[in-house]
Design a protein around this ligand. Structure first.
Ligand code: AMP
Length: 282
């Protein structure tokens, strides 16, 4: 495994690398959700590149950039175990050169609702850093988690609109035994917070059952909201049913996303599940 810290070293490494290249962008503090993306990339492609970069431009001024968990030693040990070929661990200046003055913005409900509304500027930061990283690594395939459903929808839109020569693959959300979606931010949770956080997945599964039964998205939203409202130590932000691709209103017969966000202790958590009415009952 080669660990490179500059774009120069990255290019030197990738010049000789076998194609196709699979790329997994991360912010580190790696867990089994990240590992599942890496394992998929390893299976699909000849060279797997993982980046670890806590991107400052996707954090708002009052968010947790300074506190965001970092564990370079543990991350490198995990990536070594997963047999990753190249890890790119850049400094901020390597990603954003002096004088950087360009932003990639995705418009419309896709980027402006839910996480876009709760975190102004967040998706500009995400789209910009992903565009830069894709240009630096030039992978044939890039891997993202369904856990951040709106993020991957924004990235897919950007890749189409900017004609980026990359395939975006989405990997399922990895959860712990209680159903809690793995997240680097779970490190902020106390044992009591963790128990409270299980209500997010409970709300999502109950909402899906309601949607499958009644087909009524307003009832499914009310059902999710009631479960989050009733959970001690949980401050719900949203509990919604949207079209899985556009994030606009859901349409009968199209893939639908149930999505929630809530504050639990020091953490702001998001989670979602898909409901595909055309799929067989699961
Ligand atoms: P992050 O380091 O949080 O920016 O995440 C890096 C990538 O891992 C993103 O594409 C996330 O969607 C994905 N990811 C994070 N948590 C999970 C999870 N529990 N299951 C699957 N993918 C995940």
């Amino acid at each position: 495994m080669k660990v490179v810290r500059t774009r120069r070293e990255l290019h030197a490494e990738l010049g000789q690398a076998a194609r196709p290249i699979g790329f997994v962008p991360t912010m580190g503090a790696l867990h089994d959700g990240h590992a599942s993306l890496v394992r998929t990339a390893k299976t699909d492609t000849a060279t797997t590149v993982v980046s670890i970069f806590v991107n400052p431009t996707q954090f708002g001024p009052l968010e947790d950039l300074a506190a965001y968990p970092r564990d370079e030693t543990g991350d490198l040990a995990l990536l070594e175990e997963l047999d990753v070929e190249v890890v790119y661990l850049p400094a901020i200046e390597d990603v954003y050169p002096a004088g950087a003055a360009t932003t990639v913005s995705v418009f419309g409900p896709l980027a402006e609702t839910l996480e876009g509304a709760a975190r102004p500027g967040h998706f500009d930061g995400v789209a910009s850093v992903v565009a830069i990283l894709l240009n630096l690594v030039r992978p044939q395939v890039a891997y993202f988690g369904q856990k951040d459903a709106q993020q991957v929808a924004v990235v897919k839109r950007m890749a189409i609109d900017l004609a980026l020569p990359v395939e975006i693959r989405v990997c399922p959300t990895v959860r712990d035994d209680g159903g809690l979606a793995l997240s680097s931010r779970n490190a902020y949770l106390s044992p009591a917070d963790r128990a409270a956080a299980l209500s997010l997945y409970r709300a999502l599964t109950a909402g899906k059952t309601e949607l499958r039964g009644s087909g009524d998205s307003a009832r499914a939203e009310a059902c999710m909201k009631a479960i989050l409202d009733a959970a001690d130590g949980v401050e719900p932000e949203y509990a919604v049913v949207v079209d899985a691709e556009t994030f606009g209103p859901p349409h009968a017969g199209r893939a639908t996303l149930l999505a929630v966000a809530a504050r639990v202790g020091r953490a702001r958590l998001i989670d979602n599940i898909l409901f595909d009415p055309s799929a067989t009952r699961k």
